[in-house]
Design a protein around this ligand. Structure first.
Ligand SMILES: [Zn+2]
Length: 245
């Protein structure tokens, strides 16, 4: 039985979306260099994932051709898909999160410096701002767990451990490594990664300025309106893509 994602045209659209997401990660300094990747669930056993070709130039230069159809164990998802590309070392991370979280269609893994530094400095991701970034405040208020190991997530056991640490949360910080974020779309997962990185940067700045991290009062958090997906996702994503141009 085929799903909508299996249609060739839809696959091509998804490859383009993943490529754009990778370029946004790079443009926002969330994935410096050539490390980091995005995956999208295609069906029960396959995903599209940013792979590495022979002429790898880094995430900022990702093209749809770098996004390959693979199965959850890292084999080609269709003939020819991995002829000239190799899967990420941390494919097990994507596979585990997609297996553990049926509600998630997109997994972003990146190495945002500010997130790593804030965690190593002992600063948790807290809702220290409100209307400055409402989706970020709401995300932080729900809690952002930390996976305490700094290992490369190169096998299923470590993948499961990260998925366990993530639990039902949208994002998990990975100590000495980066973060993994999730979403129903590339835009949602990338914007969540960005929101956490923004909070990490703000936290470092507050502490550097001599302040303390204090969550905004509960009544202020409760008063924040949901401005809706049209603004929080569609407009925010158009802005990110426009910045790339
Ligand atoms: Zn990594």
């Amino acid at each position: 039985m085929s799903t909508p994602h299996e249609h060739p045209v839809r696959l091509d659209e998804l490859r383009a979306e993943v490529a754009e997401g990778c370029r946004v990660l790079a443009a926002r300094d969330l994935a410096p260099g050539f490390l980091g990747h995005i995956s999208v669930r295609v069906d029960a056993t396959r995903l599209l994932v940013r792979c590495r070709g022979g002429d790898e130039r880094g995430l900022a230069h990702t093209t749809p051709d770098d996004v390959r159809l693979v199965d959850l164990d890292g084999g080609p998802g269709a003939p020819g898909e991995l002829d000239v590309h190799t899967t990420p070392y941390e494919l097990a991370l994507h596979a585990a999160v997609l297996r553990h979280r049926p509600d998630v269609d997109v997994v972003v893994h990146a190495h945002p410096r500010d997130v790593v530094v804030a965690d190593l400095a002992g600063l948790p991701i807290l809702p220290i701002v409100g209307a400055y970034d409402i989706p970020g405040a709401v995300l932080a208020a729900g809690g952002v767990p930390v996976f305490p190991r700094s290992a490369l997530i190169a096998d299923a056991g470590l993948g499961d451990a990260v998925a366990d640490a993530l639990g039902p949360s949208p994002v998990v910080v990975m100590r000495g490594h980066g973060l993994t974020s999730t979403g129903a779309s590339v835009a949602e997962a990338v914007l969540r990664a960005q929101a956490v990185a923004t909070l990490a940067r703000l936290s470092l700045d507050v502490v550097a300025a001599g302040g303390e991290l204090r969550p905004v009062p509960a009544e202020d958090l409760a008063s924040l309106p949901d401005l809706g997906a049209a603004l929080n996702l569609a407009t925010a994503w158009r802005h990110e893509l426009a910045r790339l141009a």
